[in-house]
Ligand binder design. Structure first.
Ligand SMILES: [Zn+2]
Length: 118
């Protein structure tokens, strides 16, 4: 049976509204809606850590930060230098590669969702 919520325990959590970091923050997500159900500061014990929780206590979590910088029309430079790709590959080939790159990027984001519903 699927749990109703999932907890993510962070070492530092960035709060974009307060523009500040909170230490030892935990976030509870509603599995059904994906919405945040609760955010709280943990004490120093491990008593609120359960099996199935996502343990990021040694990490910094920065929700909403997305690295949008991309070169979707280029493939690996080890395969061919960028200048050669732009000079020698047709717009059709480059567009097909770009489409596949975007597809792969979108699917990689979906795989990161802890509840795996999509
Ligand atoms: Zn760049």
């Amino acid at each position: 049976m699927q749990p109703k919520s999932i907890a993510v325990h962070t070492g530092l959590l960035f709060d974009p509204k307060a523009k500040a970091f909170g230490e030892n923050a935990s976030v509870i997500f509603d599995v059904e809606t994906g919405a945040i159900a609760d955010v709280f500061e943990r004490d120093n014990s491990d008593k609120c850590i359960s099996n199935g929780d996502i343990d990021l206590r040694s990490k910094v979590a920065m929700p909403g930060f997305v690295d949008a910088h991309t070169h979707i029309f280029l493939h690996l430079y080890e395969e061919r230098p960028a200048q050669e790709q732009m000079r020698d590959e047709s717009i059709v080939e480059r567009t097909i590669r770009a489409t596949n790159h975007v597809r792969r990027a979108l699917l990689s984001v979906v795989r990161c969702k802890p509840w795996g519903r999509y």
